[in-house]
Write a protein that binds this ligand. Structure first.
Ligand code: FAD
Length: 280
């Protein structure tokens, strides 16, 4: 990155097929030219992608760009999670995105979710400062949060347990982020909180995903995107413009960097990063 102080990271999910894996290697190479601070690899609900996540992390780890696995307890016990973290440590991984995660679909009520602050505390207890720890933050508030105040307080709990940074759920309204930052500062959070940026690639998928994770698509944006529903090229051009402007506003307002949900595609993230002048 040209501006050394800004952190840039790109998130991938582990592909299931060999074709998907081959495609992702090309995407990774295209995004590596932007010299990100790290790539991250998601962890399926309940640990459903445990091996795929681990394999991708190991593969990426052989490259110059550091890689951070996402991790949650899922259905695993402490011994299994400790063994997995040990494998990451032995492989030279230095950063973990620590999450509670969600209930895998089709699993009954006996399934226990372990709050992210407990995973952070567990990693610090057993691995000291071997890893830089990232946690999730929600400027528009986690869908299951009892209240705004509670959610901000629980984020503080994750930092108090030893997290170093937070990465946010995506949002399209920069004021949600700036207001959230103010509320975090008010209760004493002084660690970096990096905005998560979702490129606009496919209208229907974006709406479905946003509804499920509680990310708001403002009415004006939803209506514009609707009008491009049958013109994917125009949708992408418009989406690139909107998300570039969002990133500019965030960086001008003091965001410490950007984390892109790439959806395993090089475009439009590459265009947005180029528009922002963040290329090497
Ligand atoms: P927590 O911080 O544990 O919070 C979960 C809920 O419980 C919130 O409503 C919070 O207010 C409340 N809460 C928190 N702590 C406590 C406590 N101590 N006592 C009582 N209530 C509490 N999901 C995946 O499955 N795989 C991924 O790889 C993945 N990566 C993500 C990356 C980022 C950057 C983000 C923002 C989200 C990601 N998610 C991922 C989604 C995430 O797993 C879900 O949003 C999940 O529902 C919450 O995880 P969390 O770590 O934020 O949970």
């Amino acid at each position: 990155m040209s501006e050394d102080s800004l952190r840039l990271s790109f998130e991938f999910f582990p592909p299931k097929t060999d074709e998907g894996k081959a495609k992702l290697a090309v995407v990774r190479d295209k995004l590596e030219v932007f010299a990100p601070d790290f790539f991250s690899v998601t962890y399926g609900a309940g640990g459903s992608t445990r091996d795929n996540t681990k394999n991708l992390v190991t593969q990426f780890n052989a490259l110059d760009t550091p890689v951070a696995p996402h991790l949650s307890f899922g259905g695993d016990d402490e011994a299994a999670i400790k063994a997995l973290i040990n494998e990451y440590k032995d492989a030279g991984v230095e950063r973990i995105v620590a999450l509670r995660g969600d209930m895998p679909s089709g699993v009954g009520g006996s399934y226990q979710l372990v709050y992210a602050n407990e995973l952070v505390a567990f990693i610090r207890e057993h691995f000291g400062n071997a890893f830089e720890l990232e946690v999730a933050a929600y400027p528009e508030i986690h869908p299951q949060a009892k209240s705004y105040e509670d959610d901000v307080r629980y984020l503080k709990g994750k930092f108090d347990a030893g997290a170093d940074n937070a990465i946010t759920q995506y949002f399209f309204n920069p004021d949600a982020y700036f207001y959230f930052m103010d509320q975090c500062a008010k209760i004493g959070i002084d660690k970096p909180i990096y905005p998560g940026i979702m490129p606009i690639i496919n209208y229907r998928n974006l709406v479905r995903f946003s509804d499920s994770c509680g990310a708001d698509i403002p009415r004006w944006l939803r209506r514009r995107l609707e009008s491009f529903e049958h013109d994917p090229e125009a949708l992408r051009d418009f989406g690139e413009e909107v998300v570039t402007e969002l990133c500019e506003t965030l960086l001008e307002g003091g965001a410490p960097g950007l984390h892109f949900y790439t959806m395993n595609q090089a475009e439009p993230v590459a265009s947005i990063v180029t528009n922002l002048g963040l290329e090497e």
